[in-house]
Design a protein around this ligand. Structure first.
Ligand SMILES: [Zn+2]
Length: 424
């Protein structure tokens, strides 16, 4: 049954949409149908939307992760004990046995890096459909050719195994293993496609990996331009990208390597941070997820809208990059004593101006007036602070103390966050 769902979804997922109009029509029809179902089956949403008509869905109250997690029991549309689900997810995480399910539902925790961890509950049908969608977006060639696909992930979910067949073979690599060992098994397995977090790919480059695959896809972490260039140059291929979170599959790259929003399965509205620069928080409405509906849900991520349409001709919106999350923003003090927020992108640019020898970096705001910057290699001479000086000056910010230290991050089960704030 689930294999059939996967195949149906694979064939029903168009590789491109011709016009914005066709996307809007498809979305409106699908959302209205979905809203009727959710209103009937989710206590939380029914209450939240009281006073709104279905066709006002674009203006429904926005929810976030905290609201979702606080109300999860009433939010889900199925009969499932959330406390039992929490227990199972924790056990799965420590035992690395990810087959734990309650009835037909798989329970997982998101790999959150700080604070609130997200929990996601998906049905078998949703998983199978999801796998079909990912195959359609990610495979780049027919489902009928033989493929060995390797996945390097922090936590396995049986999602991927659900599409294992005679032709498509999924191999799972556990990030808990030492990376050298993991790299060796990947080499031995002679993969056609590798799906892997960019920090691990970058580490493979550093160890001068001789790995060769037809297709490489970055997942689970924000792919930064520096990493992308480095990985593409070393392996001599276009690095593709799945941009996803617990809340859904938000985007995937086309053949040109441009990141298109997955508007065929969700609506992405914009909460502008800076419209001129194209920066916004996405508010997503996934019209396929029924077990744990995600409607008018605001993500912490900051996306950068592309200025130009993509040459591939797909009408789905393109984003230039995912800048990070709002807790990645630095909170600094202006000369007048008020607080100024600085997005990670500006910090990144200032770091890049310190030296052209930098291959890796991490910047942590430790307190209101203290920033730590870790650089690799650690013996770079004559670092320039001009980028930072200009940044502070143009924003009227009191210069914080900047400490430069050696780079300490080792790719592991911890998600790499290059720029973040380490205090409330
Ligand atoms: Zn494109």
């Amino acid at each position: 049954m689930s294999k059939l769902t996967t195949l149906l979804r694979y064939f029903s997922t168009p590789t491109r949409y011709r016009s914005r109009d066709s996307i809007t029509k498809l979305q409106n029809k699908a959302v209205l149908k979905h809203i009727r179902f959710v209103r009937k089956n989710s206590k939380f949403y029914a209450k939240l939307w009281s006073g709104y008509r279905d066709d006002q869905w674009r203006e429904f109250p926005i929810i976030d992760k905290t609201q979702m997690m606080d109300n999860l029991q009433d939010l889900i549309t199925v009969d499932l004990d959330i406390n039992e689900a929490k227990k199972l997810a924790l056990e799965a995480e420590s035992s690395r046995d990810f087959s734990s399910k309650i009835g037909p539902y798989t329970i997982g925790f998101s790999s959150g890096t700080s604070g609130y961890r997200g929990m996601h509950i998906v049905s078998e049908a949703e998983q199978a459909a999801w796998a079909g969608f990912m195959l359609a977006r990610g495979l780049g060639s027919s489902i009928f050719s033989k493929k060995r696909i390797g996945l390097v992930l922090r936590a396995n979910s049986n999602t991927y195994e659900s599409v294992g067949s005679k032709r498509i073979n999924f191999l799972f690599y556990d990030l808990m293993k030492p990376l050298e060992e993991l790299h060796q098994s990947i080499l031995n397995d002679e993969l056609d496609m590798l799906i892997c977090p960019p920090s691990v790919l970058s580490y493979f480059v550093d160890m001068n990996s001789q790995l060769r695959v037809e297709r490489m896809v970055s997942v689970a972490e924000v792919l930064e331009a520096t990493d992308r260039k480095k990985i593409e140059a070393h392996f001599g291929i276009t690095l593709h990208q799945f941009y996803s979170s617990t809340e859904g599959e938000i985007g995937a790259t086309c053949e040109y390597g441009k990141l298109h929003l997955n508007e065929g399965i969700m609506v992405v509205q914009k909460e502008w941070i800076d419209q001129e620069k194209g920066w916004y928080h996405p508010i997503i409405t996934d019209f396929r997820r029924k077990t744990q509906p995600i409607i008018r849900y605001k993500l912490n991520d900051i996306l950068v809208a592309a200025k130009e349409p993509c040459p591939c001709g797909d009408a789905r919106e393109v984003i230039d990059s995912v800048m990070g999350r709002s807790d990645d923003m630095f909170h600094l003090t202006k000369h007048d004593g008020t607080t100024e927020l600085v997005v990670p992108d500006l910090i990144r640019r200032a770091i890049m101006q310190m030296s052209d020898k930098i291959t890796d970096y991490i910047a942590i705001q430790k307190s209101v007036n203290h920033v730590e910057i870790q650089l690799k290699p650690d013996n770079i001479e004559s670092l320039s602070m001009i980028g930072f000086d200009n940044l502070w000056q143009s924003k009227g910010i009191q210069s914080p103390q900047i400490d430069v230290k050696p780079y300490t991050h080792i790719p592991s089960t911890t998600k790499l966050r290059r720029i973040y704030r380490d205090f409330k």
